[in-house]
Design a protein around this ligand. Structure first.
Ligand SMILES: C[S@@+](CC[C@H](N)C(=O)[O-])C[C@H]1O[C@@H](n2cnc3c(N)ncnc32)[C@H](O)[C@@H]1O
Length: 248
C-alpha cells in the first residue's frame, strides 16, 4: 500500500480572504450609514448591512471547514453498466473523483478530462498534480488524461458507458447547455451521467450569503438536463450540493 498523501489542491485562501473583505466592506458601509448625518432614515439600512457583514465573516469560517476533500462523497447510485466499462470524468481537476471511480471499477478504463487552465479555475491544481495523485492511487495505467473543453470534446459520438462531472457544470456560465449537449453526445445509448453541482442551501448561503441566491436552481438544472435530451432517473442532496443521475 502506498502511504503517500493525496493533494487535491483545494486551496481556499483566496475565497476566505474574499469573504473577509466582503465582510469588512459591508461592516464599514453599515457604520457609515449608521453615523450618517445627512439623512437619518438611512440608519435603518445599517441593520441589514451589518447582518450581511456577519454572514460573510461566518462564511469565511464555514468555507475553511467545509470546502475540503474529506467532505466530497459520491452517492451510491446505479451509474456503471459494467465493471469494465469506459468512464469519463469531466472536469477531473486533481483527480478526487477519478480515484473514487478507479476504486469502484477495478477493471474499468477512465478518461480524465480537464482544461488544466489556472486562469479558468485556480483550484484545479494542474495536470502534474493529477498525475501524482493517480500514481499514489495506483490507477495511472487505467486512466487516460485528456486536456480539453467539456463544451467541445474530441471524442466520437456514443463513446462512453458512463460519465461523471463533479463541480464542473456550475462553472460553465452560459455554456452549461453546450457542456450537457456534449456529455449527451459522447455517452452511449442508455449510458448514465452523474452530475454533482452546488445549489442554493444553508451551506452555500453560509458561505456566499445573498450571492448564493444567484446560483442555478434545482428546477433550472432539471430543465437544462431535459433540453440536452437526458432523462432524470434520480436526484438527492450530497456534500453541499445536489446530485443528479441522468440517462441518455
Ligand atoms: C471545482 S473543480 C472540481 C474538480 C473535481 N471534479 C473534484 O470534484 O474534485 C472544477 C474543474 O473543472 C475544470 N473545468 C472548468 N471548466 C472546464 C471546461 N470547460 N472543460 C473542462 N474542464 C473544465 C477546472 O479546470 C477544474 O479542474
Amino acid at each position: 500500500m502506498n502511504n503517500q498523501q493525496y493533494d487535491f489542491y483545494y486551496k481556499t485562501n483566496g475565497l476566505i480572504y474574499g469573504l473577509r473583505i466582503m465582510g469588512i466592506i459591508f461592516l464599514l458601509a453599515s457604520l457609515v450609514l449608521f453615523f450618517n448625518t445627512w439623512w437619518p432614515y438611512l440608519q435603518i439600512l445599517s441593520l441589514p448591512l451589518i447582518l450581511l457583514a456577519v454572514n460573510f465573516f461566518i462564511g469565511s469560517i464555514v468555507a475553511r471547514k467545509v470546502i475540503s476533500p474529506d467532505y466530497m462523497a459520491l452517492p451510491f447510485v446505479d451509474l456503471f453498466s459494467s465493471p469494465d466499462g469506459l468512464v469519463l470524468d469531466a472536469g477531473c481537476g486533481a483527480g478526487r473523483v477519478t480515484i473514487e471511480v478507479g476504486k469502484l471499477l477495478k477493471n474499468g478504463q477512465i478518461v480524465a478530462l480537464d482544461l488544466f487552465d489556472p486562469k479558468v479555475d485556480s483550484m484545479s491544481g494542474g495536470r502534474d498534480l493529477l498525475e501524482k495523485n493517480l500514481e499514489i492511487a495506483g490507477i495511472s495505467n487505467r486512466v487516460r488524461i485528456v486536456q480539453g473543453d467539456v463544451t467541445n470534446m474530441e471524442f466520437e459520438d456514443n463513446n462512453f458507458d458512463s460519465a461523471l462531472s463533479a463541480l464542473l457544470l456550475n462553472n460553465l456560465g452560459k455554456s452549461k447547455l453546450s457542456g450537457l449537449n456534449e456529455l449527451f453526445r459522447v455517452l452511449k445509448e442508455g449510458g448514465k451521467l452523474l452530475g454533482i453541482v452546488p445549489v442554493t442551501g444553508l451551506h452555500t448561503f453560509a458561505v456566499m450569503s445573498v450571492f448564493s441566491l444567484l446560483m442555478t436552481s434545482k428546477p433550472e438544472w432539471r430543465s437544462l438536463f431535459g433540453q440536452a435530451g437526458f432523462k432524470l432517473l434520480e436526484e438527492g442532496d450530497i456534500n453541499f450540493g445536489r446530485y443528479f443521475l441522468l440517462e441518455k
